[in-house]
Write a protein that binds this ligand. Structure first.
Ligand code: Q9C
Ligand code: ZN
Length: 679
C-alpha cells in the first residue's frame, strides 16, 4: 500500500524579489512561500509529511515544454545588471526577473519532478511542492504572469516520458487561466487540462478569447481542454463544488487518469487581491478530497498563485492536511451555484457533451447572450444571489464591493481538524478475520438487563438468541463512540442489514443522517418516515414517483452493477445531495446480493468520507464477507482502486438522472446545472 505525503520545499526559492517599482508585480513576494511553510510547521503538518529535497531541473527537462532560444535567454539573466533585467522583463507580460530567479525557477521545476518521481514510484501516495516562481502562465518561449518555467506542464511531459503515464489530469484551481498549460497540451489527448478562472467576459487578465468555455482543444486533443470561466467575482464554496460535481469529476472519472496534478493556486480563495472570490480556505480540503481517489490516489499538488498571505497559508494547510488523510471539515450552509456560475457550468457541459458520454444529456446551449448578465453571484457562504431583475443598482453595488480594500475582508479561521485516535472499528463475527490495521470493536461493557429487554422488544423476534441482542447493543455502542468523535468510522457485518439500519437511524444522536442504500430491497418505512434521515437508494427497480424530499430512489435501467451509471449517479446526484444535507453521520448499507465491481464500491466508500467529518458506518450482510477487506482498506484511508476509463452509461439512465435532477433541484439547489430562466 502506498502511504505517506511528500512535502517539497526549499528556502532558496524565497531568495528573489522585485527590485523596482511595479504595481502589477508587487504582490508576488517571498513571504508567500515563507508564511505557507511556517504555517505547515506551526500546525505540525510539516512533521507528518515525508520531506524530500529539491533539485535543479536539467536543460533537457526544461526543454520538455520550452524552446531552446527561450531557455538560453533566461540563462543569461543571472549575469544581468538592473537595467538589463528591466529591459529583458519588458519583453514579457506581468512578470519580473532577478539575478537569482533562474536558479529558483530550475529548483521549482526540479521540486515538481521530485514529487512526480516519489509519487510514481510509490514511495509516497501523494504530495505537495511549495514552489516559487509559479508556472502555469509560462509558455514555450515566454515568461508570463510571474511564471518563468511551466513547472506542471514539464512535469506532465516528464511523467509520460519517464513513468509511462498514459493519461494525466491537470486540475488548475488557481483563479487565473493557466494559458501556458492549455497551449502546451492543446492537441494532446493524453493530458486533460481543466481550469476555472476569473474571466468577466474577457475583461480580466490575461484577456484571452481562448480562455473561454469554447476552447475545448484541437485535433486529437478536442475535448481534452475544459475551461470554466467566471464571469463575475465573488464566487463561493457552492460555485466551486457545483463545478466539481457537474463538470470536472464526471469528466475526470470518465477519462481515468494515471496521475493527477493540481495547479494549486490559492488566489481563488477569499481575501485575495487578484481573485476577489469568496470561497473559504476549508473548501480546498474538499476539492483535494474529491480528487484523491482518481489515479489510485496519485495526486501532486504544486503551488501557483495566492497573494493574501493569511488566506494562502490557511488554504495550503487545508490542502496538505487532506492529502495526509485527516477528515475534511463540514462544508457549512451550501446553497446552489449562483446564476452566473450556472451559466458557465451549463456552457461547459453543453460544449463538451459531444466528447464525454457522462454529459451526453446535458441541456441545449444558451441562445446567444444570456439576459441575466448583471446579476451578482453569491457572496460569502455561496447562497443564492438576489432574485428578480437586476439593473443599475446591482451594478453599482458590485462596484462598491470591488472598491473594498481586501485587507478589510475578514473570515473565520478554519476550525482545527482533529482525527479521532481510532480510525476504523470493525464489528465482525468471531469466525471472520479482522483485516490488518483495523481494530475489532469491543465496547467497554455489555448491556444491562433493562437494555437487553428494550433492544429485544423493539427490534427482535421472540425466537432470536442472546447473541443478536449483544450485536445490536454493540452496534449502538460503536455508533455512540463515532458520534463522540472517539472513533472515525466503522464497518459491521450484520445478519439483517435492514434491521441494523433501522436500529442505527433511530439510535443516532445526529440531527441529520445520510443513508445510502445500495441494491435491491425496500427501505423500511420506519426510516422513510423519519424526518432526520435522507435516504438515497440506488437500485435497478422500475422508476417510480413515490418519493419525498428525504427519500430519493435512483433507479438504473442497466442495473446497479453498471459502473459508469452508478458513478454518474454518485458524482452528479448523491454527492451534491450529501454536501447540501450536511449529515452528522453517513450510513452505507449494502443489501444482500448486491453485485458490484470492487473498485466502484471502494470509490463510493471513499468519496462519502468527505461528509460528516468522515463518520461513515458501513453495513454488510453477515454471510457476504468478500467486500470486508476492500471496504476496510478504504475506511483506513487507502485510495480506492481506479475504475479504468468509463464506457458510456446506459443512455436511458443518463436521461433519467437529468430528469431526476430537474425534479429535485428546487429542494436541493446544489443539483442545479443551468440558470433558472433557461430551464
Ligand atoms: N489585476 C499567478 O497567479 N497580473 N499569476 C494581473 C490584473 C498578473 C498571476 C493583473 C497576475 C499573474 C501564478
Ligand atoms: Zn493565479
Amino acid at each position: 500500500m502506498k502511504m505517506g505525503t511528500a512535502l517539497i520545499y526549499d528556502e532558496e526559492m524565497t531568495k528573489y524579489k522585485l527590485l523596482w517599482v511595479d504595481p502589477v508585480c508587487k504582490i508576488e513576494v517571498p513571504e508567500r512561500l515563507i508564511v505557507s511553510y511556517e504555517a505547515l510547521v506551526k500546525s505540525g503538518l510539516a512533521d507528518r509529511c515525508v520531506s524530500i529535497p529539491v533539485r535543479e531541473a536539467t536543460d533537457a527537462e526544461i526543454l520538455l515544454a520550452h524552446s531552446e532560444e527561450y531557455l538560453e535567454a533566461v540563462k543569461k539573466t543571472p549575469f544581468m545588471h538592473l537595467e538589463e533585467l528591466m529591459t529583458f522583463t519588458q519583453k514579457y507580460g506581468d512578470v519580473y526577473f532577478h539575478p537569482n530567479i533562474y536558479h529558483c525557477a530550475k529548483l521549482a521545476v526540479g521540486a515538481t519532478l521530485q514529487l512526480v518521481d516519489n509519487v510514481m514510484t510509490g514511495k509516497v501516495r501523494n504530495g505537495m511542492a511549495l514552489v516559487r516562481p509559479p508556472g502555469h502562465h509560462s509558455q514555450s518561449s515566454a515568461a508570463n504572469g510571474f511564471c518563468v518555467f511551466n513547472n506542471v506542464a514539464i512535469a506532465a511531459q516528464y511523467a509520460k516520458k519517464h513513468h509511462k503515464a498514459k493519461r494525466v489530469l491537470i486540475v488548475d484551481w488557481d483563479v487565473h487561466h493557466g494559458q501556458g498549460v492549455q497551449y502546451c497540451f492543446e492537441d494532446d489527448p493524453s493530458v486533460l487540462y481543466f481550469s476555472w478562472h476569473r474571466y468577466e467576459h474577457q475583461s480580466f487578465w490575461p484577456n484571452l478569447k481562448e480562455s473561454d468555455f469554447d476552447s475545448v482543444g484541437s485535433g486529437k486533443g478536442a475535448g481534452f481542454n475544459v475551461n470554466v470561466p467566471w464571469n463575475k467575482v465573488g464566487m463561493g464554496n457552492s460555485d466551486y463544488l457545483a463545478v466539481f460535481f457537474h463538470v470536472l469529476l464526471p469528466v475526470a472519472y470518465e477519462f481515468s487518469p494515471d496521475l493527477v496534478f493540481i495547479c494549486a493556486g490559492f488566489d481563488s480563495a477569499i481575501g485575495d487581491p487578484e481573485g476577489h472570490m469568496s470561497a473559504t480556505p476549508d473548501i480546498f480540503a474538499h476539492l483535494t478530497h474529491l480528487l484523491m481517489n482518481l489515479a489510485d490516489g496519485k495526486v501532486c499538488a504544486v503551488l501557483e498563485g495566492g497573494y493574501n498571505l493569511t488566506s494562502l497559508a490557511q488554504s495550503v494547510c487545508q490542502t496538505v492536511q487532506t492529502l495526509l488523510g485527516d477528515p475534511a471539515p463540514r462544508p457549512a450552509q451550501l446553497g446552489g451555484a449562483c446564476e452566473s456560475a450556472l451559466e458557465s457550468i451549463h456552457s461547459a457541459r453543453s460544449i463538451h457533451k459531444k466528447y464525454w458520454s457522462c454529459l451526453q444529456h446535458a441541456a441545449a446551449p444558451f441562445p446567444e447572450e444570456p439576459s441575466s448578465k448583471n446579476r451578482r453571484p453569491a457572496q460569502q457562504g455561496g447562497s443564492q444571489g438576489p432574485e428578480g431583475d437586476a439593473g443599475g443598482d446591482a451594478q453599482r453595488e458590485e462596484e462598491k464591493v470591488e472598491e473594498k480594500e481586501e485587507e478589510e475582508i475578514v473570515w473565520p479561521e478554519p476550525l482545527r481538524r482533529v482525527a479521532p485516535s481510532l480510525r476504523s472499528a470493525l464489528l465482525l463475527p468471531d469466525a471472520v478475520e479482522c483485516p490488518d490495521g483495523c481494530a475489532r470493536f469491543s465496547p467497554a461493557h455489555g448491556p444491562g438487563p433493562l437494555e437487553r429487554a428494550r433492544l429485544r422488544k423493539s427490534y427482535l423476534k421472540e425466537s432470536e438468541d442472546e447473541a443478536s441482542v449483544t450485536l445490536l447493543y454493540n452496534l449502538t455502542a460503536l455508533l455512540g463512540q463515532m458520534e463522540k468523535n472517539e472513533i472515525r468510522n466503522g464497518l459491521a457485518l450484520v445478519p439483517d442489514v435492514s434491521m441494523a439500519a433501522t436500529l442505527l437511524t433511530s439510535a443516532s444522536l445526529s440531527k441529520r443522517v445520510l443513508l445510502v442504500w445500495m441494491g435491491e430491497g425496500p427501505v423500511p418505512s420506519q426510516i422513510i418516515e423519519d424526518e432526520k434521515t435522507l435516504v438515497v437508494h440506488i437500485n435497478s427497480m422500475e422508476p417510480h414517483e413515490a418519493q419525498s424530499k428525504y427519500y430519493i430512489p435512483i433507479p438504473l435501467k442497466k442495473g446497479c452493477g453498471d459502473t459508469a451509471g452508478v458513478m454518474q449517479a454518485v458524482l452528479g446526484l448523491l454527492l451534491p445531495l450529501g454536501y447540501q444535507y450536511e449529515p452528522g453521520l453517513v450510513l452505507l448499507a449494502r443489501l444482500p446480493g448486491y453485485q458490484v465491481e470492487g473498485g466502484l464500491w471502494q470509490q463510493l466508500t471513499c468519496l462519502l468520507q468527505g461528509l460528516a467529518l468522515g463518520h461513515t458506518l458501513v453495513l454488510l450482510q453477515e454471510n457476504e464477507t468478500a467486500p470486508v477487506g476492500i471496504t476496510a482498506s478504504c475506511l483506513l484511508g487507502n485510495a480506492a482502486l481506479s475504475l479504468g476509463p468509463l464506457v458510456a452509461p446506459g443512455p436511458e439512465d443518463v436521461g433519467s438522472f437529468e430528469r431526476l435532477r430537474l425534479r429535485l433541484q428546487t429542494d436541493w439547489p446544489l443539483l442545479q446545472t443551468t440558470a433558472p430562466e433557461k430551464r
